[in-house]
Design a protein around this ligand. Structure first.
Ligand code: ADP
Length: 262
């Protein structure tokens, strides 16, 4: 069985695996209830304000994790392309750039490079944003001490004799998301697209980030692969097929120097 088919089957197993998430979610609800009760008790007995604030913060943190978990699960489970339209990937990246910068933090330099105008791809804008956000968050987690995150876009032509299990021949918009982080050992690379596979602590990782990326890319008829070396960083390479009969795509907002660091 080829690797792509295996991954697709794992992705199909969402229904069986959702129970694991329900379990984690239930634990978080338990934490929220406990801290909620502490806060009420302390407030009603004239407790120390700093302690009340600290407990309330724990409650908010747990609620945020629960919200992230359901959000990721929902976006992972959404199998149908909600609203596929011709899109300029570069414009989608630029529209999200501020948010990406904020989500990775100031210690990581985010750069965008493009080799020129891109032909449109047919995809759901929200799903592409989700894909970019998931890859950025993973890059952030791989670079706790800082580093750089570079998003490159260009076009490639996949020859008819592509590798087995690879994308069908044709023209693709290629997105490469490269970080200078910890990199992945072979055994992590092999399992990284599996739903619920994570090397992060339970409170931080759901193991749905790359599985979601995989689902989004294959729904759009594309391909995704990992290039990574321990200590040298990771590049996620996404191929999205160019729209066959391109309608006018959303155009990128003007930038001072396309192809330069933004
Ligand atoms: P999560 O981030 O919740 O763990 P993912 O499916 O996004 O789930 O990633 C699965 C695993 O792949 C991560 O736990 C991590 O070990 C590894 N990984 C993903 N992206 C990167 C990256 N950019 N650098 C290093 N390791 C990564």
């Amino acid at each position: 069985m080829d690797a792509q088919l295996q991954r697709a089957q794992r992705w199909e197993s969402l229904g069986q695996l959702a129970g694991g998430v329900a379990h984690d979610f239930n634990n978080l609800v338990g934490v929220i209830l406990s801290y909620g009760e502490f806060v009420i008790e302390q407030a009603s007995t004239g407790g120390d304000l700093a302690t009340i604030a600290a407990d309330a913060q724990q409650l908010v943190d747990a609620a945020q994790r629960a919200s992230d978990l359901t959000h990721q699960l929902l976006s992972f489970a959404r199998r149908e392309v909600v609203r596929a339209e011709p899109l300029d990937l570069h414009a989608v990246i630029e529209g999200l750039l501020d948010l990406l910068r904020r989500s990775v933090g100031e210690h990581i330099a985010v750069r965008v490079r493009t080799s020129g105008d891109l032909p449109p791809v047919v995809a759901d804008r929200g799903q592409l944003q989700q894909l970019l956000a998931n890859l950025a968050v993973n890059a952030r987690d791989a670079m706790p001490g800082g580093g750089s995150l570079t998003l490159r876009t260009d076009t490639v032509v996949q020859p008819p004799s592509g590798a087995p299990g690879g994308p069908p021949p044709g023209e693709y918009v290629r997105l490469r998301v490269a970080d200078t982080g910890s990199g992945m050992p072979q055994e992590v690379r092999d399992r990284a697209f599996e739903p619920f596979f994570t090397t992060k602590p339970r409170s931080e990782g759901t193991g749905l980030g790359l599985a979601t990326v995989y689902g989004i890319v294959t729904q759009a008829g594309g391909d995704v692969r990992i290039e990574s070396a321990v200590g040298a960083g990771t590049t996620i390479v996404v191929l999205l097929p160019v729209a066959v009969d391109p309608a006018p795509a959303e155009t990128a907002p003007p930038v001072a120097a396309r192809g330069e660091t933004i």
